[in-house]
Design a protein around this ligand. Sequence first.
Ligand code: FES
Length: 189
Amino acid sequence: METTSVKPQFSEAAKAEIERICKQYPPERRKSALLPVLHIAQAEFGGWVSPEVQDLVAEVIGIKPIEVYEVSSFYTMFNLKPVGKHVLEICRTGPCMLRGSDELTAHLERITGAKVNGATSPDGLFTLKEVECLAACGFAPIVQVREKYYEQLDTPAAVDAMLTELRNQVHRPALPWEETGLSNALANN
Ligand code: FES
């Protein structure tokens, strides 16, 4: 049976925010808005940017799709596949590794059932990603979840406290730009 896919659309609030950002640049430099627009797209569409969503980003900015793909596939903060409710970005660079990021990763895999850089946890809550230095080496080992840093995760108790906090989170915290009216549209992502 033939399936028809529905083209994704930004909410009105997201469109307004995107236009506000694009207007900060000369018309011929709208591409400069690409990173913040990709962040909005990722937040609007369930935490990841599908090829269709990236095409939409290209359309609203007025650039070629390939220009979006180049950027989204370069930065680790953009997810190109479906993810769990919480994406845990685990720093694996030197200082965090010396302070136990390998053990932290193994512990997280064991507790959640997710695989680092692989399958999301069976309950759909957690995706584990390895990333490079998060610029908080003095508080290693570090995990970033959206805009929040969880620091000094070198004990099982600290890791368990983080997971409990995330499990109890009904809605994710608002992002700064959501305070301009996007919170309703994004509340359930
Ligand atoms: S090495 Fe992990 S935050 Fe810098």
